[in-house]
Each structure stands twice: as structure tokens, then as C-alpha cells.
Design a protein around this ligand. Structure first.
Ligand SMILES: [Zn+2]
Length: 221
């Protein structure tokens, strides 16, 4: 196990997991490496669980390299870089193919275009479906990739939706759509608002929770 050793005049050993998921060992000046590593071994279960929790939270930016996983409708699919056709992105249900990998910035732009087009094709009909079913007339709808919001509904009933949501399971996309549509009737998060959301989407709580737990992964392109 790799670790960073910090010796000082202290009397006891201590272990710490740093913010970038590294093990830091603080030890007395004269304590032997053998004793230190014995201590690390004894604490290995604790260290493993701490490191894993830390790595789960740390999301690294994709490099758009061969085999890297990308999300679509809640599942991850590997990127297959096809040198023959390297301009556009093609999804075949098993993997993503043929991204332009000149730079990660160009690849990112291609992925964003693809996600936006899919959101338009797959998620927007859901907006129309719920709007018609519950007679909620929205004005304009805009699609944006945002860091902070999943959706919003203005006073004039213009709806913004974060198309990065196309990476999430369909029920989560439905939840955000229904949430914003519910704001056409209730411009707040009152009990009436949540009752209305629940009437349109009885299982919305699981989707709301999914977004709280996993949302950061969708914003990481
Ligand atoms: Zn809201």
C-alpha cells in the first residue's frame, strides 16, 4: 500500500486519508518502518473503506480515451475509438464509436451535441406527454448543459431543462420534467406542489434521491 510518511516529535502513530485519496501516516521520529507498516496492516480494513468512500466522491474528468465509460439513460457504455471514422459519435447500443479524439475539448463538444440531440428526441416528448395529460401550458422550452440546475420554470412558464439528464435513468428525467411542469401550477415548493408532483409521478421520491446521490456524475463531462 502506498502512503506518505510524515515524521515528527509526536509520540503516537496516526492515519489520515487526504482529500485526494492518499494515505498519510504520521509517525514518531524514531519508529521503525517495520512497526509503521505493521500498524498500517492492522488498520487495512479501515483504510480500504475510507479510500473507497473518498474515490467514490472524487469524479475525474473524462479523457475521451479507448474503453472509458459514458452514461446514457442510466447505464454506462464504453467508448470505442474508431480510427477509420473519427468525426462523429455513433451509439450502437453496446458502445460509443468513432469520436473525434483530436483533443478532449473537441470530444467533449461532440458528446454534448449527441446528448442534446438525444434529449430532444427522447426526453422532450415526455414533456409534451405530461403537459397535455395535466393541461399544463408552458411557453418556451430551452435546453442547456448546466452545472447547477436540472431544470427551472420561470414566472412566464418558460421551462429550462438540463440536457445532461439524458445520462440518467428515464424515471429521473421524468421526475425533473414533472417537477418543472408542476411549477406552472405552484410557483413554490409547498405541500400542494409536492402533492401535485406525487399525483403525476407517484414514485418520484426514488428519482429525487437518485439525483441527489448521482447527479454530480452527470455534470462531469
Ligand atoms: Zn422546483
Amino acid at each position: 500500500m502506498d502512503y506518505q510518511l510524515v515524521r515528527s516529535k509526536r509520540k503516537t502513530l496516526s492515519l489520515q486519508i487526504s482529500n485526494n485519496a492518499e494515505l498519510v501516516v504520521r509517525a514518531p521520529n524514531r519508529l521503525s518502518v517495520k512497526k509503521i507498516e505493521q500498524f498500517i496492516n492492522e488498520k487495512s480494513t479501515w483504510i480500504d473503506s475510507k479510500l473507497r468512500a473518498c474515490e467514490d466522491k472524487q469524479v475525474t474528468k473524462p479523457k475521451y480515451k479507448q474503453g472509458e465509460m459514458f452514461l446514457y439513460l442510466g447505464d454506462g457504455y464504453p467508448l470505442n475509438i474508431d480510427l477509420e471514422k473519427n468525426t462523429r459519435l455513433h451509439f450502437n447500443g453496446v458502445n460509443f464509436n468513432g469520436v473525434n479524439f483530436e483533443s478532449s475539448l473537441a470530444s467533449k463538444a461532440i458528446f454534448l451535441d449527441w446528448y442534446k440531440a438525444k434529449f430532444r428526441q427522447i426526453a422532450l416528448p415526455r414533456l409534451d406527454y405530461y403537459a397535455k395529460k395535466y393541461q399544463l401550458d408552458y411557453q418556451q422550452v430551452r435546453l442547456k448543459a448546466q452545472k447547477t440546475l436540472w431544470g427551472s420554470c420561470s414566472g412566464a412558464n418558460n421551462i429550462n431543462l438540463n440536457y445532461l439528464l439524458i445520462q440518467a435513468p428515464m424515471c429521473v428525467i421524468d421526475y425533473v420534467i414533472v417537477h418543472e411542469l408542476a411549477h406552472i401550477k405552484h410557483k413554490n415548493h409547498s405541500k400542494n406542489f409536492w402533492d401535485f408532483v406525487s399525483q403525476m409521478l407517484p414514485n418520484y421520491k426514488a428519482s429525487k434521491r437518485w439525483l441527489q446521490d448521482n447527479g454530480h456524475k452527470l455534470k462531469n463531462l
